[in-house]
Design a binder for this molecule. Structure first.
Ligand code: NAP
Length: 516
């Protein structure tokens, strides 16, 4: 069991920003072998640091993988219900430390406190759900075509699993991957996003406290190009699960393809709400506001397009502008704030570049469009919620993931055109239809090209007991969450047990000849 240092903190100092944190390898918190570090900054005030973190290299990664490989030998033999008990315990510990983690999350990546609590809650829900999976891990039994022969499939763990996560759900997403991987009997090396190492460290600290044996969970911080690549390339890593941008995910997937490794990717999105002329307009406006500007638009499922029937287009645009203007922007620790900062300066500038692109493309800027530079805003990374109208499918702002508080309203003439426009991007994560017409609702469910479809609800708001993931360039066919989460972390083993006492030949022997 994990003993010794129970916290990710190596040198205890008086305030959060002065603390220094290590990697978690074989049940111990250790410095990077190079002694090099990097800092994590508060996007609401870049003068505030969350601490310094291990800037790791291949050697650190290889040590972590070796430790996971050694731990796998006994972890895979531990009965799944026993593994699940430890995950359940982690879930209860997360519950007791929910507020602490949520407060750290707001400071490390900027989402508002209510959403940060929701992020931790998602991990709690996942722990409880996956703990139940420990008593299922279902296989299959099917009849054999031959007499006195039994046929079944069982699940086997894969071994060491490499997990690479983004910053926008810094506790929830690690939990979506780590809990199913562990319950299935794998051991884990996680590399969290460099913008949110502290959230991941606090999460792993809880897993260690729950009593996971040494080496079962390992964490290595550092850059994607060094740590991420080293995880993917190490031959002891049998499967990789990454959530991130389509650009990075496809590179990791290509490399895994060369190495013949199982790879599951959850990548970018360009999600849309369609609002038909028969929709409950108030409901649609409220949903679009939450979908577009929740988490400052930095959700893979964010509503970055709003496709509106021409009959209600002007009214929708007018009302949407008015409710957007009422949103307060600021530090997410303030419970009255609706929109926090975006993750970092580079992202802030990237978002604003898209605003300029939208203007040049001929879209009409209906609201916002600026980086906030007055007063305390200048200390952080704040962008006004921004609405473009009169956007068409050919424009880059309707095609590319902006990942910020920018949304594009697009007029359409009818239901069929709404579906065409909704499906007109290379992504396929989450699409939504607002209508009171049940026939249109079911037609939309059938026609919308996405892994997740909502009717009369925005594109965000997934629940952990259902599969989560996208099609087209959003994913590569895997699903997280739900019972499907187990698939990416297990191999099927097909077993035939012949108790006839003679050689029976499938496809060749006939039942009659064997029976005589
Ligand atoms: P990102 O830049 O692609 O990074 C994702 C992770 O990959 C980070 O840990 C990053 O490390 C690492 N990485 C970077 N280069 C790597 C490499 N060469 N090899 C291996 N790993 C590497 O994405 P992000 O900015 O963190 O997150 C935002 C993106 O995630 C958006 O596109 C969003 O849509 C997507 N997302 C998708 C889902 C989904 O379920 N579909 C959910 C959430 C987010 P560093 O941080 O050190 O660079």
């Amino acid at each position: 069991m994990s003993t010794g240092i129970k916290s990710g903190m190596i040198d205890t100092m008086s305030d959060l920003g002065k603390m220094s944190y290590g990697n978690f390898i074989n049940g111990k918190w250790v410095k990077a072998s190079s002694n090099e570090t990097f800092t994590s900054l508060n996007p609401a005030n870049l003068n505030l640091s969350l601490g310094t973190f291990a800037s790791s290299n291949k050697k650190d990664v290889d040590t972590a993988i070796e430790s996971a490989h050694n731990a796998f030998k006994s972890w895979r033999k531990t009965p799944a219900p026993v593994r699940a008990e430890l995950i359940l315990k982690a879930g209860y510990l997360l519950e007791t430390r929910k507020e602490e983690l949520a407060q750290i999350m707001v400071q490390e990546m900027g989402k508002v406190i209510k959403e940060a609590r929701g992020d931790v809650q998602e991990a709690i829900d996942m722990a409880k759900y996956m703990a139940g999976e420990g008593r299922r891990l279902t296989g299959q039994t099917v009849p054999s075509e031959l007499p006195n022969k039994f046929a079944m499939c069982v699940r086997s763990p894969m071994g060491v699993v490499g997990i690479i996560t983004p910053w926008n759900f810094p506790v929830a997403i690690p939990s979506w991957k780590i809990f199913p991987a562990l319950v299935a009997g794998n051991t884990v090396v996680i590399k969290p996003a460099s913008d949110t190492p502290l959230c991941a460290i606090k999460f792993v600290e809880i897993l260690a406290e729950a009593g996971l044996p040494d080496g079962v969970i390992n964490l290595v911080t550092g850059s994607g190009s060094v740590v991420g690549n080293a995880i993917v390339d190490n031959p002891l890593v049998k499967a990789v699960s990454i959530t991130g941008s389509t650009d990075i995910g496809s590179k990791v997937a290509s490399r895994c393809g060369e190495l013949m490794k199982k790879i599951s990717c959850e990548l970018g999105g360009k999600n849309a709400i369609c609002v038909m002329d028969d929709a409950d307009l108030e409901l649609a406006l409220e949903g679009a506001l939450w979908g577009a500007f929740g988490t400052a638009g930095q959700r893979c499922t964010a509503t970055s397009r709003i496709i509106v029937h021409e009959k209600i287009y002007q009214e929708f645009c007018h009302e949407f502008k008015a409710i957007t203007a009422s949103l307060s922007i600021g530090n997410g620790l303030d419970p009255d704030v609706a929109i926090g900062p975006v993750i970092n300066r580079a992202q802030l500038e990237s978002i604003n570049r898209y605003v300029e692109i939208g203007k040049k493309e001929g879209a009409k800027l209906l609201y916002g469009g600026n980086i906030l530079t007055q007063g305390d805003y200048q200390l952080g990374c704040f962008h006004e919620p921004t609405i473009f109208m009169d956007v068409n499918s050919k424009m880059r702002i309707a095609q590319e993931e902006i990942f910020g508080p920018v949304t594009a309203i697009m007029p359409v003439a009818n239901f069929t055109q709404a579906l065409e426009v909704a499906n007109s991007t290379e992504f396929g994560l989450s699409l939504s239809m607002y209508t009171k017409n049940v026939n249109k609702a079911f037609a939309a469910i059938e026609e919308l090209e996405a892994g997740i479809v909502y009717i009369n609800a925005p594109t965000i708001g997934a629940e952990i007991q259902l599969p989560f993931g996208g099609i087209k360039k959003t994913g590569n066919g895997h699903r997280e969450a739900g019972t499907t989460a187990i698939e990416q972390f297990t191999e099927w083993k097909t077993v035939y047990i012949d108790y006839s006492g003679r050689l029976q030949k499938a496809q060749i022997d006939s039942f009659e000849s064997l029976d005589s």
